[in-house]
Design a protein around this ligand. Sequence first.
Ligand SMILES: NC(=O)c1ccc[n+]([C@@H]2O[C@H](COP(=O)([O-])OP(=O)(O)OC[C@H]3O[C@@H](n4cnc5c(N)ncnc54)[C@H](OP(=O)(O)O)[C@@H]3O)[C@@H](O)[C@H]2O)c1
Length: 254
Amino acid sequence: MGNNLKNYKWAMVTGASSGIGRQFAIQLAKKGLNIVLVARNTEALTEVANTIHKISNSSVVILSADLTNDIDVVIDNTSRFDIDLLVNNAGVGLYGDFVDKEYEEYENMMKLNINALTRLSHHYARLMTTKGNGGIINIASVAGFIPMPHFSVYSATKAYVYNFSMGLWAELRPHGVHVLCVAPGSTQTQFFERANMSTGQHLMEPEKVVDGALKAFEKEKPLYIPGFGNKLVYQFVRRFFSDKFVANVLERYF
Ligand SMILES: NC(=O)c1ccc[n+]([C@@H]2O[C@H](COP(=O)([O-])OP(=O)(O)OC[C@H]3O[C@@H](n4cnc5c(N)ncnc54)[C@H](OP(=O)(O)O)[C@@H]3O)[C@@H](O)[C@H]2O)c1
């Protein structure tokens, strides 16, 4: 069946209420897929569903859920759909001095960025390997390639997503399941405001990030890094500078 998205019937997108996830939902619907939208904000999810109804004939299912707590509910309510493509996009950042934040805030971030993503991957990878096809797109970050003082927990969760996804790519490939890791840099979404962080000036549009990611998925690439500067971090910074040096420089910068 290959990874032509036109062969897929159902996609599930987490964090579909805004930003990159909203774009995944819209662009996948344009390609003819039916979509399960997952996030907490029902009103925002309804707006995404209405937008999809205007531009496609896709069926849309809204599932309002907090992925830090309601993961069993999400699995129970989505297993009846024959999900061909899982987009693990929901994620949050938290910027600041490590010791100033309450531990619970980090724990919630890890539950969302790591646990929910792994649990959903596990559940749907089992079903996909049984039928012999399907795909998983995991959203990591350029922040996962380097140590980031004052953003360490987020950066570490994304390093997890990167390593997990690359390993899974090789493991599931022989079973007809394609895994793509997407590692965006700064993108114009609600991410920075929610993470309590100021933004740089060169933000990518989520439309471009998602368009490139879907093309990379169909070409069966394991990793997609949108934008030249972000590719440079992966190819150049990691290769020529030690983690110690990068951590020290970023500590001064932040
Ligand atoms: N923007 C960037 O610069 C950037 C760069 C690299 C990587 N990323 C990654 O891209 C992904 C998408 O983020 P974004 O940039 O599009 O930011 P965003 O606009 O803030 O979107 C985050 C999405 O995650 C959902 N979400 C947050 N907490 C949730 C929870 N507990 N349960 C369920 N859903 C939850 C939000 O929906 P609700 O609030 O409705 O629940 C929202 O739909 C994240 O994994 C992020 O780490 C972003």
